[in-house]
Design a protein. Structure first.
Length: 202
C-alpha cells in the first residue's frame, strides 16, 4: 500500500500547506504596501495522495514563477513544474500597526512521477531570483507509517517555534521512521500578523 510522504528537512516543523493556504486565501482585502520584486517566501511541502505526487507551496512577489525538481542535489538534471497562483494581500488595520500583508502571489506547483523511498531536491525560480535548494524524502512503498500530530501551538515569535522544533527533534530521535508532523490548526497566535508567519517559516 502506498503511503504518505516523509518530510526530510531536519529540525523543521512540517505542517499541511493547505492550512496556510486556506488562511491566506480566505481573506479578501486590499493592499497598501509593497514588497521586493521576485521575493520567494513561506515555502512548504504538501503531501500527495500517494508517494508519487507532492505539492510545493510558496509565496512570491512576481507572477510566472516555477519549480524544478529531481534526484540530484545540484539539480544538474531536473523536471520543471508549472505553478498555479492567486494574487493576494491584506491591508493594515489603522488601529494595529502589526497587521497587514504585502501583496504577493500564493503559488502551488504539483510534482508528479515520484518514486518511493527517494530523496528529491527542488528549487523555486522567479525571474532572476532562486530559492535555496531544498529536499524531502518519499516514504517506502509498503510498511507502517508514523505520524506526529500537534495541535494549537499558537506561537507568536521565533523563540516559541524554536521550542517546538526542539520538541519535534527530540521525538524524531526516539521514534523510528517518523514520516510527517501534522499541525491541525492555531499555528500562530495572531493570524493577521505577518511577523508571526515569518517566524514559522524562518
Amino acid at each position: 500500500m502506498k503511503k504518505i510522504f516523509k518530510f526530510g528537512v531536519k529540525y523543521s516543523i512540517v505542517c499541511l500547506a493547505a492550512i496556510t493556504l486556506f488562511f491566506v486565501l480566505a481573506i479578501n482585502t486590499k493592499m497598501t504596501v509593497s514588497a521586493s520584486s521576485g521575493e520567494i517566501s513561506n515555502i512548504a511541502v504538501s503531501v500527495g495522495e500517494t508517494y508519487e505526487t507532492s505539492g510545493i507551496n510558496y509565496h512570491c512577489t512576481t507572477d510566472g514563477s516555477y519549480v524544478i525538481y529531481g534526484t540530484s542535489s545540484t539539480l544538474a538534471t531536473f523536471t520543471k513544474a508549472e505553478t498555479t497562483s492567486k494574487l493576494w494581500g491584506m491591508e493594515q488595520d489603522p488601529d494595529d500597526a502589526e497587521t497587514g500583508f504585502a501583496e504577493r502571489y500564493v503559488c502551488k506547483a504539483y510534482l508528479t512521477g515520484l518514486s518511493a523511498d527517494t530523496t528529491y531536491y527542488y528549487q523555486i525560480i522567479a525571474g532572476s531570483n532562486k530559492s535555496e535548494i531544498k529536499s524531502f524524502k518519499t516514504t517506502k512503498e509498503s510498511g507502517s507509517t508514523n505520524v506526529l500530530l500537534l495541535s494549537d501551538t499558537q506561537s507568536s515569535s521565533l523563540s516559541y517555534f524554536q521550542k517546538i522544533n526542539t520538541l519535534v527533534s527530540n521525538i524524531e530521535s526516539k521514534v523510528k521512521d517518523l514520516n510527517s508532523v501534522v499541525i491541525t490548526g492555531d499555528i500562530v497566535d495572531r493570524g493577521g500578523y505577518e511577523s508571526q508567519w515569518d517566524a514559522l517559516f524562518g
